[in-house]
Design a protein. Structure first.
Length: 213
């Protein structure tokens, strides 16, 4: 072994590093989502101001539940990727994503079989509003989660970017849903899917460059 390669000397230069706290990252994302929801409600109003129904509407509960499950699964996968470990199963987000795909598929079927013209169910003005708020909040959340991931050591930057964008988009859409005045399946299947798809694509394209080590 070369005399220049001194393990003892290298060890002396090491400094202790505080382990990453996944709970802290998850808690921060939840807090930011709540802040985003408060911002949405304060600027646009709560959804009940536009609907005769209450927040217990079945479609609202189903939509919110799917977004929470999708966000929780992908956020858990993203935070665990910052701390590589042998034998860790991180495939839960895939199952959640496949379950969430039921919504756009069902929306496409509903659009085909419905007697109501699809154009009357899209509400493009509200749809653009949905995209603007959901994607904007999602990008902020994604930036915070990416900053946290940079402190770790993701062994698959591309996958980390995908789940980061998926988690951020789901939480951003969840924040906007506190205002969303529509329960129509076609509307939800189109605009919410686009919003989450955009943040997921952004995460896949840009996050790997920032967390690669």
């Amino acid at each position: 072994m070369s005399e220049e390669f001194d393990l003892d000397r290298l060890a002396e230069e090491l400094e202790p590093v505080k382990p990453l706290n996944a709970n802290g990252a998850i808690g921060s994302m939840v807090l930011l989502t709540v802040i985003g929801a408060v911002f949405v409600v304060s600027t646009l109003g709560f959804r009940d101001q536009f609907l005769g129904s209450t927040a217990t509407d079945p479609m609202f509960l189903i939509r919110s539940g799917l977004l929470v499950v999708l966000a929780a699964a992908s956020l858990s996968a993203a935070t665990s990727m910052a701390r590589p470990a042998v034998g860790t199963n991180r495939s839960g987000w895939r199952w959640a994503a496949m379950a969430a795909l039921i919504v756009p598929i069902a929306a496409a079927v509903a659009a085909l079989v419905s007697r109501t013209p699809v154009a009357e169910r899209l509400h493009p003005v509200n749809g653009v509003e949905c995209l603007t708020y959901s994607i904007s909040i999602g990008l902020v959340l994604g930036a915070v989660l990416t900053w946290w991931l940079r402190r770790g050591a993701p062994t698959s930057p591309e996958r980390a970017g995908t789940v980061t964008g998926l988690a951020a988009g789901s939480l951003g859409a969840l924040a906007y849903s506190m205002h969303c005045p529509h329960n129509d399946l076609v509307y939800i299947g189109l605009w919410y899917t686009i919003a989450i798809g955009v943040t997921t694509l952004v995460g896949r394209l840009f996050v790997p460059r920032l967390v690669r080590w």
